[in-house]
Every structure is written in C-alpha cells, then in structure tokens.
Design a binder for this molecule. Structure first.
Ligand SMILES: Nc1ncnc2c1ncn2[C@@H]1O[C@H](COP(=O)(O)OP(=O)(O)O)[C@@H](O)[C@H]1O
Ligand SMILES: [Mg+2]
Length: 250
C-alpha cells in the first residue's frame, strides 16, 4: 500500500493506572524524514516510540503504518520488514561473534531453522561483511561481541539494521550510555545511513544539541502532549527553554 505518510498517528492516548502517558496525540511522518523526539524525562517519548513499534497498545486512537492499521502487523516477519529498533542496551548476544549478531538482522527473511544453522555456519558472510564495512567494523567480524566497546557495540547494532533493511528505524536514546565523542559518531552514522537508504528515522534524544545537529524535524513532548513539532531550523532557544523549564512551585 502506498501513502504519502509512512506513519500516521490519530488521537492516540495511553495511560498507566492513573498516570496519563500520552494524551490524544496526532501527527504524521513522511517517508524518509529524520525526526528527533525530545522532551523532559517522563514526557512520554518511550511510550510513543513503543506504540509506533507496536510493542505497546494505545488505549485510544489509531496508528497507521504505511497506510495500514498497526493491528495488521501481527506477523513478526511482516513487521520486521517495516520496522527496525535500536535500543540503548543494543540487544546483542555478547557471547557470540560479531558476525552472528549482524546476521540476526536476517531472522525475518530466513526463518528460525536457517537462523539457528547460521549460528554454526555463518551464511551470507558477504552480506555481513558489507554491513560491517559500512559502519567501519569489518576487522571485528569474528571478535566476541562482548569484548567490543560500547560505541562499537552500537555500530554492530547498526550493521544488524543494515542487514534487516527496515523501512522505518526507531531508536530509543541510542547514545545515552556513550561519551560525547562516541555519541556524535553514532548519530552521524545512523542519520547518514538512514538518508542513504531512504529510511524513515525516529529517535528519542536527551540532548537537544544533537537533535539540532543531526535531525531535520523535532517533535517535542511535554506531559504526554505535543509541545511543538517544527523543522529544526525553526526551533528557537525560547521554545527549548519553555520545553524544559520546571513547573512553578505552588
Ligand atoms: N510500564 C509502565 N508502567 C507504569 N507507568 C509507566 C510505564 N511506562 C511509562 N510509565 C509512565 O508514563 C510516563 C511516560 O513515560 P515514558 O514514555 O517512559 O517517558 P520518557 O521516555 O519521555 O521519559 C511517565 O510518567 C512514566 O512513569
Ligand atoms: Mg524514555
């Protein structure tokens, strides 16, 4: 199905017991947009990302992925072709060599049996090599993943995404555990790869500075609502100050 928007969110709400995490949000994202989701801690960024990932169900409202209701993405393979996820904790198997973690991006294509076999005989080695080369880690292909630094492990996670080739990449605080130089390195690779592959990227970020530098659109959440949604060039210091300012004490 084709639609101008790859993600459409209409009146989505989510609460946890009495706490409102998201309050009737609506927005759309076009194919190929590079979006930073910012806002204070507890604003609802992760909840929103998990709803788009179809991991969390909204209480109300609709989510369309490439024009199709998200409820139609119950099949894991179909979902993996659309959406790939990068987490702060990388989700890598530390005891396995790098190549196996990269090829895990093929799980959706291969099915379980071939994936298990690949644990013994790495298949499509060239695919893994190409992905690793693009993130600058070709020389680490057979190293045990746990022995790599945090920044290198995050690159392995990106190489895995390159083999998965989803249309949408969702990343929740992908650089929160990295030092500033590594963080910039990873964000620059991530946004460049997404642009080259014409993928849509949505990343939650703590750092407004990184959001400004690498992303073209900023959606700011505060208390479960959209506080602003602007092209990065139009985001002012005033917007950011009021986004992060603490509530007046009563
Ligand atoms: N699984 C959960 N159970 C209860 N409350 C939750 C859960 N997940 C998130 N919340 C609450 O929902 C609100 C939004 O959380 P979250 O989406 O994690 O915000 P952010 O990622 O912007 O920091 C917070 O008040 C948080 O405490
Ligand atoms: Mg969060």
């Amino acid at each position: 199905m084709t639609s101008e928007f790859i993600i459409e969110i209409k009146n989505v709400s989510k609460h946890y017991e009495r706490k409102i995490a998201l309050s009737s949000l609506s927005f759309s994202i076009k194919k190929g947009e590079i979006v930073a989701l910012i806002g204070p801690s507890g604003a609802g960024k992760s909840t929103l990302l998990n709803i788009i990932a179809t991991v969390v169900k909204p209480d109300e409202g609709n989510l369309l992925i490439d024009g199709e209701p998200s409820a139609q993405f119950t099949d894991g393979k179909k979902l993996a072709k659309k959406i790939g996820i990068i987490r702060q904790q990388f989700d890598l198997v530390g005891q396995l060599p790098v190549i196996h973690n990269v090829l895990a991006g093929r799980l959706a294509d291969w099915g379980f049996f071939k994936s298990l076999l690949s644990l013994v005989f790495p298949q499509e080695k060239q695919v893994a090599a190409n992905s690793l080369q693009r993130v600058g880690l070709l020389d680490k292909m057979y190293e045990q993943t746990a022995n790599l630094s945090g920044g290198e492990q995050q690159r392995v996670a990106m190489a895995r995404l390159l083999t998965q080739k989803p249309e949408i990449i969702l990343a929740d605080e992908p650089v929160a555990s990295l030092d500033p130089a590594r963080a910039e390195d990873i964000l620059s690779i991530l946004t460049n790869l997404a642009r080259e592959e014409h993928q849509t990227l949505i990343t939650t970020l703590h750092s407004v500075e990184y959001a400004k530098k690498y992303f073209t659109r900023m959606i700011a959440l505060k208390d479960g609502e959209i506080f602003f949604d602007l092209p990065t060039a139009e985001v002012s210091e005033h917007h950011l100050q009021s986004l992060y300012e603490l509530k007046e004490q009563a």
